[in-house]
Ligand binder design. Structure first.
Ligand code: 26W
Length: 851
């Protein structure tokens, strides 16, 4: 089948000469050589793969086998394009960005790849003719959940945009055997279960054993004197670990180009096994093997607190070291160890501080292995790296105990000390001569009983650019997180507001709305999301409003069915769907939402005749396994939901559902069905948020604080079309400085007081009074660090405004349309162009067909 497709491609399209391959991003005509199979050809390809690649038949094939066969059929197109992309880049010796990230939250790839190749409808028909429902088939695919939340999903959106915009690029990460845990809810509580996403193999990935790397760890450093009298450091590592790369090709929209995600799997080296084995240590060898393989076994499920574990540091070092060796190997293929053009060919982006160890590792490779001087190596390093900060939470800023470095990476520790000495005696001394306080604050090493390496300081010192992920966040990064660094290097700091790929988050997940955009904006809107603004005037057209809301209603009907299946709860698609889906964290304030629900329930019980806008509150959230209060909040949502959903007195006017195991594939079903998007973080704490953008794109109205990208979203869509409440960043800081006392709010507001007191009773947990008390205690006895009580009244008021607007169906539809049509800025294509122009300086390349 492969030859059939490629032959067809070759015959039907003109070959572009390689010399013509260099084009600007604006000329977007590269897609006409993409092969579009017919329904018959697709059927043929799928059944052939069933028989010849999988060894089954149409009659016997399991749903999993059908899905695999479809992936093989789609992959024929993907691989063809991959080869073309790599040929184009190699023959032009392109400058590329290497995106280093400990997380890539890819989700499922089948529908997305089909949509990007514009073969979804063909495939759907082909499958229908074979008696298979495409939705059921696609539900066979496990999510690639190799990330915790926003940071990992952002990396996945960026890979999609890089491929679509034809920028030479590669994503590097870890090939976790287990992604983020699968969440089960038992008795209302979160239980973590392993997520083995590739238990039966993943048909999208290709192993590349020829690019395997060997990575040294442990041991000691010896100082040798060279014949010319100079000192040389020689690292004698204790062990070597093998890094095996797995490639996942990501195809851009209309097959523009293919960007590879290269994920490293750890294995024991053969050499080690043989040594121990020969010494009679068969069992020891097995243990060592298990230890090596542990490195890529599991993703750490924390999205804010750093555990400081040896394994986590080893993971970070392992994938950075593999990636750098890979980068150097490819560079040297064309440049033969001449490093003079290294910085002009290579950009490396650090996705938060998790890959910071790449900085000393590149220094080590250049100095110890390639023979460059310190100054030459440092010049390269500071031209190549850039760092994105994703959080201001102090507990999320990575610090590693020096003793862990001594044990695992002794040579890297020396290099870090030297970078630090150069910096403190250079820039810091020049700026603040003799100021020991400044030296202590800016040092990469934090002194104390346990000396620590501050990874963020190392990142800032080594990077040519440091960016935050929304305007307000970048301002706080510059002014409050790193003010001294910004004084030393004012031009180093910049902003790149996050974005999301409209291919996955609109075209693929909301076909009904995508069809409306095809009508009003033409079919190129997934490439030019600003063109969706053409829908704005239709907000005034009653017929169009009806069609828009019909799409929303159909999505709500589908979600209601899913909720019935997953939670066993009946919800009415005519009710207002109010959604908060994101990681569970106190700063995101799911408990603020819950307190409002309690107050609303209380109102209904107090007045049995009362009618309100029927509302369904929908939650989805995973808590870090060791984050007790977060898990208590999940328990509270479930128990309160159980009581409310079964209380006939309130006549189905209020429902609360917690959808278990929230993940990318669920987000794709939930977001298109939302009326309200809850974005209620304490101002100053949510760096950007990205689901806020996805919700707005899909026609939900934001109920949110002036935080992160919410500020930019309402600037585009109009504050009158959303519901803004709560303290601003400045007000939060003033209140904290003045001295915040949550008891004042508790005592002054009877609505709030009774909601909180309810948590101490056994009303929601019969026979177990106090089972929900930890939430109340955190808000009163432990000082309410995220100002939940301070924002409650304003939040409640905003909810009342939501209800008022929802009663006016036409007004609501108008606001929903304007929100969706105003999200052009939040395409990840725009974010990538910002990175390209302000940080990476890349040129895009049209991918030529070749034979
Ligand atoms: C365990 C250490 C750790 C610390 C922080 C792991 C992961 C993190 C991430 C930075 C958490 C994260 O995902 N941050 C989110 O990044 C998104 C993409 O920029 C932003 O939109 C979110 O606001 C931010 O919380």
């Amino acid at each position: 089948m492969a030859s059939k497709h490629s032959k067809k491609t070759a015959n039907t399209t003109a070959k572009a000469p390689v010399a013509d391959a260099v084009n600007t991003a604006a000329e977007c005509s590269c897609t006409n050589d993409l092969f579009h199979p017919t329904v018959e050809q697709f059927k043929d390809s799928i059944t052939t793969h069933l028989r010849r690649s999988i060894g089954t038949s149409e009659k016997k094939a399991s749903p999993l086998a059908w899905w695999q066969a479809v992936v093989y059929a789609v992959n024929e197109l993907v691989f063809e394009r991959l080869t073309q992309t790599q040929f184009t880049h190699a023959s032009n010796d392109t400058r590329a960005v290497n995106y280093l990230s400990a997380e890539f939250l890819m989700g499922r790839l089948t529908v997305n790849n089909m949509c990007n190749l514009e073969v979804y409808d063909t495939c759907k028909k082909a499958l229908a003719e074979l008696g298979i429902d495409i939705n059921e088939l696609c539900d066979e695919e496990p999510d690639m959940a190799l990330g915790n939340g926003g940071l990992g999903r952002l990396a996945a959106c960026y890979i999609d945009s890089l491929a679509t915009l034809k920028y030479p690029s590669i994503g590097y990460g870890l090939h976790y055997e287990n992604g983020l845990f699968r969440q089960e809810i038992r008795g209302g509580r979160q239980v973590e279960r392993p997520d083995s996403w590739r238990e039966y193999g993943c048909p999208w990935e290709v192993c590349r054993p020829e690019s395997t790397q060997e990575i040294p760890v442990g041991g000691y450093v010896e100082v040798q004197t060279a014949p010319d009298g100079t000192e040389q450091k020689v690292w004698h590592p204790a062990h070597m670990i093998k890094g095996v790369p797995w490639d996942i090709p990501v195809v851009g929209f209309r097959g523009a180009s293919v960007t590879v995600l290269r994920l490293w799997e750890s294995r024991a080296t053969e050499q080690f096994n043989w040594d121990v084995f020969n010494a009679g240590g068969y069992v020891d060898a097995q243990e060592e093997k298990a230890q090596c393989e542990t490195i890529s076994k599991v993703l750490y499920p924390n999205d804010s607190t750093e555990a400081g574990k040896m394994l986590r540091l080893t993971q970070q070092y392992f994938f950075c070291a593999c990636s750098l060796k890979d980068i150097l190997r490819r560079y040297n293929r064309a440049h033969h160890h001449d490093y003079s053009s290294f910085a002009s060919k290579i950009a490396i982006q650090l996705n938060d501080t998790h890959p910071t160890i790449a900085v000393p590792e590149l220094m080590r490779l250049l100095i110890d292995e390639e023979g460059l001087s310190w100054d030459a190596a440092w010049k390269i390093v500071t031209e190549v790296f850039a760092y994105t900060n994703h959080t201001l939470l102090p507990e999320a800023l990575e610090k590693w105990p020096v003793y862990l470095f001594e044990r695992l990476l002794p040579r890297h520790l020396e290099i870090i000390y030297e970078i630090n000495a150069h910096f403190l005696d250079g820039e810091v001394e020049r700026m603040w001569p003799g100021d020991n306080e400044k030296r202590a604050k800016l040092s990469i090493i934090e002194e104390g009983p346990c000396r620590m390496v501050r990874m963020a300081n190392l990142c800032v010192i080594a990077s040519r650019r440091v960016n935050g992920v929304a305007e307000i966040h970048s301002k706080l990064v510059r002014e409050q997180l790193f003010p001294e660094f910004a004084a030393i290097w004012p031009d180093r700091f910049c902003n790149v507001t996050n974005g999301v790929t409209p291919r996955r988050w609109l075209l693929a997940c909301n076909p009904g709305l995508a069809e409306l955009y095809n009508e009003v904006s033409g079919k190129d809107w997934p490439l030019h999301l600003e063109s969706c603004a053409k829908m704005r005037p239709y907000a005034d057209n009653a017929d169009f409003r009806k069609r828009f809301m019909d799409v929303k209603h159909a999505n709500k009907v589908a979600l209601a069915a899913e909720i019935k299946k997953l939670c066993g709860v009946d919800v009415d698609p005519n009710a207002l769907f109010d959604v908060q889906v994101k990681r569970l964290h106190e700063y995101k304030r799911q408990h603020l939402n819950l307190l409002y629900i309690l107050s609303l329930y209380n109102e209904l019980l107090a007045d049995p005749a009362k009618t309100i806008v029927p509302q369904v509150f929908i939650f989805g959230a995973k808590a870090a396994p060791a984050y007790t209060l977060a898990k208590d909040i999940i328990y509270a949502i479930n128990k309160i939901g159980e009581r409310i959903n079964n209380d006939h007195r309130i006549r189905n006017q209020l429902k609360v559902v917690f959808i278990p195991n929230y993940r990318v594939s669920l987000a794709e079903k939930i977001i298109p069905a939302a009326d309200i998007s809850e974005q209620i973080s304490t101002a100053g704490y949510e760096a950007s948020g990205t689901s806020n953008m996805k919700f707005s794109m899909n026609g939900a109205l934001t109920l949110g604080t002036m935080d992160g990208a919410n500020i930019e979203i309402v600037a585009e869509a109009g504050v009158e079309n959303n519901f803004i409440f709560g303290l601003s960043v400045e007000e939060v800081q003033e209140l904290k400085a003045r001295g915040y006392n949550p008891w004042d709010y508790y005592n002054a507001d009877p609505v709030l007081k009774s909601a909180l007191d309810w948590l101490d009773t056994d009303y929601f947990t019969p026979g177990q009074a106090g089972a929900l008390s930890s939430i109340k205690r955190s808000l009163l006895d432990h000082g309410d660090p995220f100002l939940v009580l301070a924002d409650f009244a304003s939040y409640r008021d905003a909810h009342k405004r939501v209800e008022e607007m929802y009663k006016d169906k036409e007004r609501w539809a108008r606001a929903a349309i304007i929100n969706s049509a105003s999200m052009g800025k939040f395409s990840s294509d725009r974010s990538i162009e910002d990175y390209v122009h302000n940080i990476w300086s890349l040129k895009s390349f049209d991918v030529a067909e070749h034979k």
